[in-house]
Design a protein around this ligand. Structure first.
Ligand SMILES: [Zn+2]
Length: 223
């Protein structure tokens, strides 16, 4: 299987273009590489986005590896905007079931159930990941207590990470307005629902806070 590499970037294509032109996007695959324009990835329709998304493709000047620049509103291989998926997690945390959530969001209940199963199935490690982000980004971070609900724990941890990131970088950062959904995308490298995420912790590699530094495998699209 061919592996495409991906970098999460801001939503505004003009900002992405200007950062590419200015050599401001670092290559996640090598130490000193800079990404330059390299055509576009395939156009994708995403539920919740009015326009089709045509992500920029980039190539490293040093190692020649290409990376798709995926806006921070999208999760890898998901056909729905991250904001909708995140709204489902938050609604589940508040006690709603997948059918009601699906009805409210206009998404099939089975699709919602699929998202929630992924989150619930690895809630503890995902919670830990975002608490690590909060601790790495913030000062005097208050660690949310476990709630006994997988989605509740993940929502609280992402909320803590959001507050810490906003306190450190401002309510508007490179990813635009710092919302929980965007923090969930940026700090997972768009892999929140991807198999094998989060990776097992490696000593000496602290949780990255910079939304530009995640290289992940990005091929086809799922629900
Ligand atoms: Zn490189």
């Amino acid at each position: 299987m061919r592996k495409a590499l991906m970098v999460t970037v801001e939503v505004d294509p003009e900002r992405v273009e200007s950062r590419l032109a200015g050599g401001e996007l670092s290559c996640p695959s090598c130490p000193d590489g800079v990404l330059v324009r390299w055509g576009f990835a395939r156009v994708r329709r995403v539920v919740g986005s009015a326009d089709a998304v045509r992500p920029r493709r980039s190539r490293c000047r040093t190692c020649a590896v290409t990376h798709v620049l995926l806006p921070v509103t999208l999760l890898l291989r998901r056909a729905y905007v991250a904001g909708l998926i995140w709204a489902a997690v938050v609604a589940k945390a508040a006690g709603a079931g997948h059918r009601l959530i699906g009805h409210r969001l206009g998404v099939p209940g089975s699709t919602v159930r699929g998202w929630l199963r992924v989150i619930t199935g690895r809630a503890e490690v995902v919670r830990h990941w975002f608490i690590s982000v909060a601790v790495a980004a913030g000062v005097d971070v208050s660690i949310p207590k476990a709630t006994g609900s997988g989605c509740g724990d993940v929502a609280a941890a992402v909320g803590a990470a959001r507050s810490a990131v906003a306190a450190r970088f401002g309510e508007r950062s490179v990813i635009g307005a710092v919302t929980s959904a965007r923090v969930a995308v940026a700090c997972s490298g768009a892999r929140l629902l991807a198999p094998g995420w989060p990776p097992a912790p490696t000593p000496g590699h602290p949780t990255p806070v910079d939304p530009d530094v995640h290289a992940v495998d990005g091929s086809s699209s799922r629900g």
